[in-house]
Write a protein that binds this ligand. Structure first.
Ligand SMILES: NC(=O)c1ccc[n+]([C@@H]2O[C@H](COP(=O)([O-])OP(=O)(O)OC[C@H]3O[C@@H](n4cnc5c(N)ncnc54)[C@H](OP(=O)(O)O)[C@@H]3O)[C@@H](O)[C@H]2O)c1
Length: 298
């Protein structure tokens, strides 16, 4: 059986790979600051080059799913050295260790590589990031092309789902707030493609099975504002929409600039895998069933 190593197995996307990839792979995973239980789980700080090379040499994976990242876009803006070391140097360490050991790397990037000036973005569009996180990801993508390594780059957006140990994603955060009857203010003018994490894993595994390489947009099929997304979440989870107040980006005074509207075309991945992305209602309803089935206490 082929071996998969998931960097960041306690994260939202990494955790879902850990749950779903076991049928086809012998799965290994890493954690950094939040311990993940299991005999196949290992500590790794990807910034540490020696530790990274030693682990990848020891486990000799066929494929490495690199989900590690410093994701907080405002924090990255003000902590640039730290962001670069994790988001660029860390990826370089993993990618070069993969190259040395003949492993394929699957790397996660973001819709924030774009400035939002275009109506719809395909994989052929040129990145033009507005913030430091987006710039880090663009540099990491370019570094992977330059290394001439067997790779898939996945650009995704506003991921939600039940994977991951430690992180609370936007949907789970909103459900918690509305259940506690707390008021929230959500922006109407930032639009993206919310993405159900299970769809990401299915499409990536299908691409890998078909020996595909290169760059793919893997994101939800609908581009909608965070406010409209919130109303749908409240409807599906039968929560009070009156607690949600519409605001605009200028009310938020966010540190990092964001592209206002990034609508990613997912035609390429859907055509090549034959798998469709769920629309928002379908994804949210599947999440609801998963949470009910596990009696997850939000
Ligand atoms: N979630 C989204 O909405 C979204 C949108 C666009 C793109 N993406 C991209 O998708 C990828 C996965 O996102 P996610 O939401 O699953 O992230 P996440 O839940 O924050 O998980 C990130 C994982 O990375 C690990 N990590 C952080 N720094 C590390 C380091 N120096 N060395 C090794 N591991 C480290 C963390 O481990 P510990 O917790 O143990 O420290 C954690 O398990 C990221 O590359 C992200 O940029 C995500």
């Amino acid at each position: 059986m082929n071996r998969m190593l998931i960097i960041g197995a306690g994260g939202l996307i990494g955790g879902k790979f850990k749950d779903l990839a076991g049928e086809n792979f012998e799965v290994f995973g890493t954690y950094n600051t939040h311990h993940v239980e299991g005999e196949n789980m290992f500590h790794l700080n990807a910034v540490n080059r020696q530790e990274t090379f030693a682990l990848i040499r020891k486990l000799s994976p066929d494929v490495v799913v690199d989900t590690h990242s410093l994701n907080n876009v405002d924090y990255c803006e003000t902590h640039r050295e730290e962001a670069w070391s994790i988001n660029v140097d860390g990826v370089k360490n993993i990618a070069e260790a993969c190259k040395d050991n003949g492993a394929k790397i699957i790397f996660f990037s973001t819709d924030y590589v774009f400035d939002g000036k275009k109506m719809k973005y395909t994989e052929k569009d040129k990145p033009r990031p507005l913030n430091y996180l987006g710039m880090n990801k663009m540099v990491a993508e370019q570094m992977l092309y330059g290394l001439d390594i067997n790779h898939i780059i996945v650009r995704t957006s506003v991921v939600y789902g039940s994977g991951g140990l430690n992180k609370i994603n936007f949907v789970l955060w909103l459900i918690q707030k509305l259940r506690a009857k707390e008021k929230v203010s959500i922006v109407t003018d930032q639009k993206n493609n919310p993405t159900f994490v299970d769809n990401i894993v299915s499409q990536v595994l299908a691409l890998h099975r078909k020996n595909r390489t290169g760059i793919y947009h893997i994101a939800g099929s609908e581009c909608l504002s965070r406010y409209d997304f919130s109303l749908k979440i409240a409807n599906v989870f039968k929560l009070d929409t009156n607690l949600i107040t519409p605001i605009t980006t200028s009310d938020l005074h966010q540190i990092a600039r964001r592209p206002m509207v990034v609508n990613m075309s997912v035609a390429k991945v859907e055509k090549e895998t034959g798998l469709k992305q769920d629309d928002v209602y379908t994804g949210l309803n599947k999440l609801k069933q998963q949470l009910e089935a596990t009696n997850a206490d939000l």
